[in-house]
Write a protein that binds this ligand. Structure first.
Ligand code: U2F
Length: 448
């Protein structure tokens, strides 16, 4: 019925891992509000659909696709494994589902919107003779290095010197080869993720438009290079300021905000390593000891079992000034005046949360874009710190916490992130760049 009444039908292909689906669904909600009579078919795995569609929306319909897992598959703790099975099943699982959706609804497709990871989106859209719009969920700089991979390989070689600077690009002099995501010049270049990202870098120039969860002035020079490179590079974020649909991010069932209100301004350490990564046990121990010895109040969003994974007695000894929860309303927390520093893995959504909250960061990056994000914040933007050796040690962490919470340098970082915060707010004002870019996107999608 909904399909019959709709004038347009848009098919959406999300990447169902990490924090990719939430931002894509976020922009689909915004488009759905801005495009009356348009219906969206959201094709994802059952697991992802179940967690992202707690509510039914009559204009956004989830359809389940095959997750690629062998029958009887048991998760053994390596987050890469389900991703690799899934990638093997693409694009076949998506193509099959697209056929089924059209057959079931009787509605041909007017536009294809995919996660930027899916280079095959270009072929599907060409076949159907419709526009291909993608969403890039990470930082502009990460997109840039994937789009320039061949050039970087030519200049620095494969497995070349790790210390070499990328100063041949404007505003990259502080970035080294070792900061690049694995698979660009070193590591296994043929690993499924690396191969997918390489292909993405080659194929995205075919996209009708690339939308990004970012804002133009966050990294102006890099954004300008991307605008020259692609048909339409449209920063339409940060989504944590332009939309409030993700109810899961404001769930405060553990009363974190109340707890924060009991603390002094800029005094609390907030800790979260995103939705995928967990530091190894010895680093959890080092972080716990650093928190205990430095005596700062802390709020920790902890994936796993704190009783088992944290040092014996730690929970009891720190109960009066520490709070550990399985999931926290991070956006709200970082906007609370009591939070003084964010210990993070450097995922892009977390950096945007910190910018909007004006909270300096300490990084323990794990994979993909996180090392490049860390280095960019540390040496280009200046509102955070990497750790010596890149991992959590007791002394290194204590030093970083103290520097940010108690020193002049920390104050400077707070000022610097405050400037980025202003820029983010400016971008989402009426006539701001993100608002204007969103209008362009709406026009493109409605004119198909
Ligand atoms: C992948 O993202 P991750 O999930 O590992 O990390 P983030 O991009 O930082 O996103 C975490 C999100 O989860 C939210 C938080 C962010 O929106 O607000 N959250 C929360 O609300 N409460 C909690 O207790 C903990 C987290 C990848 F790993 C990154 O490297 C990429 O940059 C990213 C984007 O492509 O995707």
């Amino acid at each position: 019925e909904d399909y019959k009444n709709a004038s347009k039908h848009i098919v959406v292909l999300p990447f169902p891992f990490g924090t990719h689906t939430a931002p894509l669904l976020n922009i689909i909600h915004q488009l759905s509000d801005a495009c009356p009579n348009t219906i969206f078919s959201f094709l994802s795995t059952q697991q992802s659909n179940n967690s992202n569609f707690p509510n039914k929306f009559h204009k956004i319909k989830p359809f389940n696709i095959w997750d690629g897992l062998p029958e009887g598959y048991i998760y053994r703790g390596d987050p890469n494994e389900p991703v690799e099975y899934f990638l093997k099943a693409t694009p076949g699982n998506f193509i099959e589902a697209i056929g089924a959706v059209v057959a079931e609804t009787g509605k041909p497709i007017d536009c294809l919107i995919t996660d930027a990871f899916y280079a095959f989106g270009g072929d599907i859209a060409d076949e159907l003779n419709i526009p291909w719009v993608v969403l890039w969920t990470a930082a502009p700089r990460t997109l840039f290095v994937h789009a320039e991979t061949d050039f970087i390989r030519q200049l620095v070689g494969i497995n070349g010197s790790q210390d070499k600077s990328l100063d041949f690009f404007p505003d990259f002099s502080g970035i080294r080869v070792s900061d690049l995501p694995g698979g660009i010049t070193c590591g296994d270049l043929d690993a499924p993720m690396a191969a997918m990202l390489y292909k993405m870098g080659l194929e995205l120039s075919r996209a009708t438009a690339i939308a990004a969860n970012s804002f133009e002035d966050v990294d102006n020079k890099v954004v300008n290079m991307l605008k020259l490179k692609f048909n339409m590079f449209l920063n339409v974020g940060p989504f944590n300021l332009v939309s409030s649909v993700s109810s899961f991010t404001i769930d405060d069932s553990h009363c974190c905000l109340d707890w924060l209100s009991k603390h002094k301004p800029s005094s609390v350490v907030y800790i979260s390593f995103g939705s995928v990564a967990t530091p190894p046990l010895h680093e959890l121990e080092a972080l716990s000891e650093a928190l205990e010895e430095s005596e700062f109040p802390f709020l920790w969003s902890f994936k796993g079992n704190p009783e088992k994974q944290l040092p014996p007695g730690f929970l009891e000894r720190t109960r009066s000034r520490g709070k550990i929860v399985p999931w926290a309303p991070q956006q709200k927390i970082l906007q609370h005046s009591s939070v003084g520093v964010f210990v993070s893995h450097g995922g892009w959504n977390s950096i945007l949360d910190s910018i909007v909250g004006g909270v300096p960061m300490i990084f323990r990056p794990f994979y993909g874009d996180q090392i490049l994000n860390t280095r960019t914040v540390e040496v280009v933007w200046g509102f955070g710190l990497g750790l010596e050796g890149g991992t959590l040690t007791k002394e290194g962490t204590k030093k970083a916490l103290k520097l940010i919470l108690c020193s002049e340098q920390g104050k400077k970082m707070r000022e610097k992130i405050g400037i980025q915060r202003e820029r983010a707010y400016t971008a989402v004002q009426p006539k701001g760049s993100s608002v204007e870019n969103f209008k362009t996107l709406v026009k493109l999608v409605s004119d198909t």
